[in-house]
Structure formats: structure tokens, C-alpha cells
Ligand binder design. Structure first.
Ligand code: ADP
Ligand code: MG
Length: 484
């Protein structure tokens, strides 16, 4: 490598270091080796296939445009994986194993890497200081605690969820014996998470501690990235592969996350091969995924795929009755029926209306007049509103005390720019708009500008648990408004 090219790479790195969050820079960029190809193209050598794919997905455009900016010439950049482990070590700056763990490879045999660190199995393998506003996490950022209220006993079985609930019970009774994997799907608020927790709670009562892992695909992805950064991929793998049952909620969030799909694929094979139960949920059937590896989709279909439909009127009333009893609330049957008439597609909304009705009754001195309930209940039998970029802008703006005009405008004030990035990110994630289309909707910006906003938030989420929670809450608020 000539001095000049080393210099260019140093300059590119300096630019990227300013541009990217520190942890992203360390994970994705700092360990690359730079090769200047004969014809002016640039080749980067990544220490692992995982890093290569991550780079290609996230940062290649940015690296190319930075190189172009610095040289004034169009620069094509490609990435390859280091050929031998030695090569990889070199790319990783000689630092043994650093960032060079390829998640594609099967777990290393137990003898290697036995440094004696973290020998206590009870100690969390990864960062345990992750904030947990809901108090829900287990002992690692990837794992979530089970909600004790979500049991089979508290779940109303009906025609609309018959197969899903019967299969869930079967799986809970004898893991890996009946349907493996079990794949549950439905629109939001119809009981997937409830059933997943019910399975987990049931198994937890039957087996020694630590045999069930419940998590969401978003958490799984974050934990994987952290494990790579902290060199604890071995523990990460071991943990997921040593349980009786692995319960993974909302796999649709794995779309476009190549690296996490890769790891899930290997985790899946390992668990399946060792006769461990896998249960997955999603907002759509496996066939409906567009950005999920085919081999993963086909595995999702190996066992039983069961959907949950919206409950009919009788079931809605039965669910409301159950919820009221569970919460110790006395609510007249006619009020339950009114709520069940007005809200038909989402059980979570049904529950929300019940609580609202009771709060109202308390204010009104305990008596709930049916006419009154009619006034404050929403009516989802009217046409459902569509989730649009405008509606996302409204939710984001109101959360940050800004106007939707601020989000479209040119202000570079830090809070405004941040909220704008978030609104763009959410619009891309939650609607079908292309980057050019989004550019138009955000003050006629260029598509590369909005793409950059999206990338920025996407990589920050991985490294900032608080931002992750913030985005998650915004998503939930947006979804609950629009019932997607
Ligand atoms: P999803 O994961 O499909 O979005 P959840 O499992 O979070 O839905 O369910 C939303 C709410 O509705 C939860 O409070 C859950 O307890 C309740 N719920 C959904 N279906 C039922 C049912 N059949 N019986 C009792 N509660 C239900
Ligand atoms: Mg859910």
C-alpha cells in the first residue's frame, strides 16, 4: 500500500469517525483493512462475513461518497472477507478475536477461549446496566421477563384463535414434542404475545430455572450487536442454544437485518437439532415476508403455522368480562356489550376502552350511564384511518413539542434535526414510501439526505438503549392510533 493510499484511508476514517456514533465506528469501520486496486477502485477487507454484510447494508454508500468527496473522483468500493483467520487478525489490528468473530461459524469447542472470565453462569454475559424503564428485562439486554398475567387461564379461547391457542397449549405441555417450530401470526393486539408468555410461564413452572428465553427480534438483534462488540459471542450463542424453549416475538422486525437473520438461522438449527422448542410470532405469515432469507422462511414453516383472527362479538364480550374480573372491576353487562360493539378489531383497544370506562365511572361517582359511555368511546366500525407519513409527523412533532412544519423545515437546531431524523426513520420503517418519495414529503429533500437520516437512526438504535426505547414507544403510539 503506498503512502498516498494509506493517507486516503486515514482521511476517510477520520470523516467517518466524525459522522458515525463511536460504537458503530468501532464495530464496523475501525477494523477494516484497506486495499487500493489497480483500476482506482477501493477494496475493504472485513474480518468476518457478518461485518462485510453489515457494512454493505449500512455504510458502503457513505464510504463511497466520502472517498469521492476527498478525491474528487468517483470511487467504487467493494468489501471482501479476510481469507484466513490470520488475515482477519491483521484486519482487526492484530487484536485477537476483536470484532472478528464470524457469527456464521458454528460455536467454538468448549476448550478454546476458556479464559476463566465470567465463569459464574449466573452473571450476565453482556452489559447489565441497560436501562429498563418497564422493569421487564431478565438478566441481559436481549432477554425479557415473562408477564405473569399472561397465562392460558387468562386467555379466552374461541373460534378465531382455536388452532393457535390449542397448539400453544400442546407445545407448553410437552416442548418440542408436537409442533416445532410453532409460528403464530395475526394483526396487532390479537393475543400473540399473550400466548407466547403463556407458553413461557407454563414451561417455567415445569422445569428448572433458566430453561425459557422470551425475547423480541429487536432485542435479539441488539444483544447480538453488543455481544460482537464486547467479544462475548460465545456466551451469547451458548445462552440461546441451551434452553428448553426459545420464544421469539415479532420476527417481522428482522426484515432487512441480514446479520441477525444469519445468527437466528444458526440458532434455529442448533435448537431444532437438539430437540428444543421454538415459538415465533409475527404480524404476517411466513410467505408474506419479502426481505427475509428464504431458508429462514422455509424453516418457519417446518412445524405448524397458525393465525389468529379478530374475535367475534361474543368472544369480545367474554374477553372484556374476563379482563374486568381479573382487574377486580364491576362493570354492567350492557356496558361490556356496548364496548364490544364499538371496538371490533383489536383486543388491546378493547381493554383500553374498558379501563377508560371504569375511570369515567369513578369520576362520575361510581355509576356508569350507558349514554355517557357512548360519548367517549371511539368507534372503529367507522372506516379505519390509514397510517401515513403525515400521521407519523404528527405523533413525532407532538412528542417533541414541535410542529410538523419544523420537521419539514430547514432548521439545523439540534433537537429539531434529531426529531426530523426520527420522523424520517419511522416513516421509512412503517410505511411503503421510497426514499425519494420521503424526500418530497420532508421539505423536498434529496433522497440521499433522507437515506442518511434513516441510516443514522438505524445505527444509533443499536448502540443506544435509551433511543431504542424512545423509538419503540413512538412506534407503539403510532401503531395504536392506526391499528396496523
Ligand atoms: P399481539 O401480540 O397480537 O399484538 P397481545 O398478546 O399483546 O397482542 O394482546 C393485546 C392485549 O389483548 C393483551 O392485554 C392480551 O391479554 C389481550 N388479549 C388478546 N387476545 C385475548 C384473548 N383471547 N383472551 C384474553 N385476552 C386477550
Ligand atoms: Mg405482540
Amino acid at each position: 500500500m503506498s503512502e498516498q493510499t494509506v493517507h486516503l484511508w486515514q482521511e476517510i476514517k477520520k470523516n467517518l469517525e466524525e459522522e458515525l456514533p463511536e460504537a458503530s465506528f468501532e464495530t464496523w469501520v475501525n477494523n477494516l483493512e484497506y486495499v487500493d486496486l489497480e483500476d482506482g477502485r477501493i477494496e475493504l477487507v472485513a474480518p468476518s462475513g457478518f461485518i462485510k454484510r453489515g457494512l454493505e447494508e449500512r455504510y458502503l454508500d457513505l464510504i463511497e461518497s466520502t472517498a469521492q468527496k476527498l478525491t474528487g473522483k468517483e470511487k467504487e468500493v467493494s468489501v471482501r472477507v479476510a481469507e484466513s483467520p490470520k488475515d482477519g487478525d491483521k484486519a482487526a489490528g492484530g487484536n485477537e478475536n476483536r470484532g472478528g468473530t464470524d457469527l456464521k461459524s458454528p460455536p467454538v469447542s468448549s476448550g478454546s477461549n476458556s479464559t476463566g472470565e465470567r465463569s459464574n453462569p449466573a452473571s450476565p454475559g453482556v452489559n447489565s446496566t441497560t436501562p429498563d424503564p418497564q422493569g421487564k428485562t431478565g438478566n441481559s439486554p436481549g432477554e425479557l421477563a415473562l408477564n405473569r398475567e399472561y397465562t392460558f387461564g387468562n386467555f379466552v379461547q374461541s373460534k378465531s384463535n382455536q388452532l393457535a391457542s390449542a397448539a400453544s397449549r400442546a407445545v407448553a405441555e410437552s416442548p418440542a414434542d408436537s409442533y416445532n417450530p410453532l409460528f403464530l401470526y395475526s394483526k396487532v393486539g390479537l393475543g400473540k404475545t399473550h400466548l407466547l408468555h403463556s407458553i413461557g410461564n407454563h414451561i417455567k413452572n415445569q422445569y428448572p430455572a433458566g430453561q425459557v428465553i422470551y425475547t423480541t427480534s429487536e432485542r435479539f438483534a441488539i444483544e447480538m450487536i453488543q455481544a460482537i462488540r464486547q467479544n462475548s459471542t460465545d456466551e451469547f450463542r451458548k445462552k440461546y442454544r441451551s434452553v428448553k424453549a426459545f420464544l421469539l416475538d415479532d420476527v417481522q422486525f428482522l426484515e432487512n437485518k441480514e446479520g441477525t437473520q444469519e445468527e437466528l438461522f444458526h440458532t434455529f438449527n442448533e435448537l431444532y437439532g437438539n430437540e428444543k422448542q421454538i415459538v415465533l410470532t409475527s404480524d404476517r405469515s411466513p410467505q408474506e415476508f419479502s426481505d427475509l432469507q428464504d431458508r429462514l422462511v422455509s424453516r418457519f414453516r417446518w412445524g405448524l403455522v397458525a393465525d389468529i383472527q379478530p374475535p367475534n362479538f361474543e368472544t369480545r364480550v367474554a374477553i372484556l368480562r374476563k379482563k374486568a374480573t381479573q382487574k377486580g372491576l364491576k362493570v354492567a353487562e350492557e356496558v361490556l356489550e356496548l364496548i364490544a360493539t364499538r371496538i371490533s378489531t383489536n383486543v388491546r383497544a378493547l381493554e383500553g376502552a374498558l379501563i377508560k370506562a371504569v375511570a369515567h365511572a369513578n369520576l362520575a361517582g361510581g355509576k356508569l350511564e350507558i349514554e355517557e359511555v357512548k360519548n367517549f368511546l371511539p368507534d372503529d366500525t367507522k372506516e379505519a384511518k390509514e397510517l401515513t407519513v403525515d400521521s407519523i409527523k404528527e405523533v413525532v412533532a407532538s412528542n417533541y413539542d414541535l410542529s410538523t412544519g419544523d420537521l419539514e423545515g430547514k432548521s439545523r437546531k439540534k433537537e429539531i434535526a434529531r426529531a426530523r431524523h426520527i420522523a424520517i426513520y419511522l416513516s421509512r420503517e412503517l410505511t411503503d414510501n421510497s426514499f425519494p418519495a420521503l424526500g418530497k414529503k420532508f421539505g423536498n429533500r434529496d433522497h440521499s439526505t433522507v437515506m442518511h437520516s434513516h441510516q443514522k437512526i438505524d445505527s444509533m438504535i443499536e448502540n443506544t438503549p435509551l433511543l431504542y426505547e424512545e423509538i419503540k414507544e413512538l412506534k407503539e403510539e403510532i401503531r395504536s392510533n392506526f391499528d396496523t
